[in-house]
Design a binder for this molecule. Structure first.
Ligand SMILES: Nc1ncnc2c1ncn2[C@@H]1O[C@H](COP(=O)(O)OP(=O)(O)OP(=O)(O)O)[C@@H](O)[C@H]1O
Ligand SMILES: [Mg+2]
Length: 291
């Protein structure tokens, strides 16, 4: 069997400035090429897990580690930030803080310039990714003058250009409207397929993340993993709301309309719901009486 690309073993982490551990006995293996959603309430430790994957923990955010976290075979306890930067690329919610260049083109090129790649290779790669992401027309503009959705795509290009094996997204949808959120998810999906990358998405907005297929959802509550399941299995268990994560709106509508959600085979999208008269009638009746 191949080794997982990410492996937490009995991993506990306490920030130096905190009295108690933020992550508690995390056991989690993620295989190469998997696409994982990490969800959980605010303060549950999701970003802390992300910071382990990109080496901010323990290099910048120092603290006590028990157990082990291996990222692409490297134990984070003795790997520096620079070495992990080739393994994990991070895309943050606040894209503004990620822009460095005066123009979109310069910004995208930055990572490669930092790696001292030759100029003609940099130019070629920038144009290839700009083309891929449909932002070639923005290359000469200032990143600060773009819309939220465009900023997100430029930030994505600036990170993808490194072609790291692990792509970590921490709340990539936070500044986007639902339609742009769904578009961003489609883009992430396209990129993952192209790079065969391992994708970790940290998000509250489960419904939009699920607009593209996911391998697993990891639920975190109070620093512990409380579920590690395939999306369909987790939705059947109906546990998201128990820990304060909003479940997809269409599921709530089905429940409110008195439909037996457990008996529906595939709950992962509206399109997958069975086209049955009984469900339609109950939903119609609920809509009329609820208004
Ligand atoms: N750099 C830090 N130093 C000390 N404590 C921190 C640091 N970052 C986070 N924490 C603490 O760790 C806990 C978990 O924070 P974390 O940012 O991982 O949560 P989260 O699940 O990502 O929340 P949110 O959904 O609000 O982003 C919080 O109690 C927080 O105060
Ligand atoms: Mg967070």
């Amino acid at each position: 069997m191949t080794q997982p690309i990410i492996s937490f073993k009995n991993f506990t982490f306490k920030y130096d400035s905190q009295a108690f551990s933020t992550l508690k006995n995390i056991n989690l293996d993620i295989n190469k090429g998997e696409k994982i959603l990490i969800a959980g309430p605010s303060g549950s430790g999701k970003s802390t897990i992300g910071r382990c994957l990109n080496g901010l923990i323990p290099n910048i955010d120092t603290g006590d580690i028990e157990g082990e976290c291996l990222v692409d075979g490297k134990n984070i306890k003795n790997t520096n930030l620079f070495d992990l930067s080739f393994t994990t690329s991070t895309i943050l919610q606040d894209t503004d803080s990620q822009f460095i260049g005066l123009t979109v083109g310069e910004d995208i090129a930055f990572a490669l310039e930092n790696d001292c790649e030759p100029q003609n290779k940099i130019r070629q790669t920038v144009h290839r990714w700009a083309d891929e992401l449909n932002i070639s027309h923005l290359l000469k503009q200032s990143p600060q003058n773009l819309s939220g959705g465009q900023k997100q795509i430029v930030a994505l290009a600036g990170v993808l250009i490194d072609e790291s094996p692990i792509l970590l997204f921490d709340e990539p949808l936070a500044n986007l409207d639902p339609a742009s959120g769904v578009k961003t998810m489609a883009l992430i999906d396209q990129i993952q397929k192209e790079l065969n990358a391992t994708v970790i998405i940290i998000e509250h907005r489960v419904e939009e993340v699920m607009s593209q297929s996911l391998d697993r959802i990891i639920l975190i509550n109070d620093g512990e993993i409380v579920a590690d399941k395939k999306p369909n299995d987790l939705l059947h268990e109906n546990r998201l709301e128990d820990i304060g994560v909003r479940s997809p709106l269409y599921l709530k509508a089905l429940e409110e309309a008195g439909i037996d959600v457990a008996s529906i085979p595939d709950l992962t999208s509206v399109a997958a719901l069975p086209d049955e008269a009984e469900i339609d009638n109950k939903l119609q009746y609920w809509l009329i009486t609820a208004l």
